[in-house]
Design a protein around this ligand. Structure first.
Ligand code: AMP
Length: 182
């Protein structure tokens, strides 16, 4: 568990930008967490401690900020990393999933054979992203993990924007862990 003062330290390391990328949005900028060596190592060390006993086979990270935390954690746990990317970015055969945004739709993809490099029939996967808001992106990513033949044993976010109810929706699908609930 993170101590209260550690949570406060992490929260203070995240820059808040009002009305970005559009009016009304309070953007949580994690670039100021990752360029702070104490905050970044606290985050990754804490997650390593949490997940070391989970018997994970892979971490799947959502483009693009999920790549930052996901690859550092995968390296710390000595397991592989799988990117879930925006449509059209992955070069090999993909599975894709459309999901609703506040306005319109978006689409994310995973390589069809992303989880094949393991002895296990159904590999254990941790899904990671920097932030969960409405949960649309994370739910679509969990669907992709399942369709690619793996089990999403937990989803992990640095920040959970509670009022937007995404974590609540995600909990019907898989376990959810967040470091900071705002
Ligand atoms: P959602 O699908 O609504 O849960 O949105 C989650 C995705 O959008 C994540 O990849 C976040 O990085 C990004 N995102 C949504 N809202 C914010 C916010 N207020 N600040 C920073 N990133 C956000």
């Amino acid at each position: 568990m993170l101590k209260l003062e550690e949570k406060e330290f992490l929260l203070n390391s995240i820059r808040v930008i009002y009305d970005y990328p559009q009016p009304g949005i309070i953007f949580r900028d994690i670039t100021t967490l990752i360029n702070n060596k104490q905050a970044f190592s606290l985050t990754i060390n804490h997650l390593k401690e949490r997940y070391i006993g989970y018997n994970l086979d892979f971490i799947a990270g959502i483009e693009s900020r999920g790549f930052i935390f996901g690859t550092a954690l995968a390296y710390a746990l000595n397991i592989g990393f799988v990117p879930i990317r925006k449509k059209g970015k992955l070069p090999y055969t993909t599975i894709s999933e459309k999901y609703a945004l506040e306005y319109g739709f978006s689409e994310i993809e995973i390589h069809i054979d992303a989880f094949k490099d393991t002895q296990k029939e159904i590999p254990n996967v941790l899904l990671i992203d920097d932030l969960i808001a409405t949960g649309g992106t994370a739910l679509a990513a969990a669907n992709l993990i399942k369709q690619a033949g793996a089990q999403c044993v937990e989803s992990c976010f640095i920040i959970n924007l509670k009022d937007l109810q995404g974590a609540k929706a995600m909990r019907e699908r898989t376990q959810v862990y967040s470091l900071l609930d705002l």
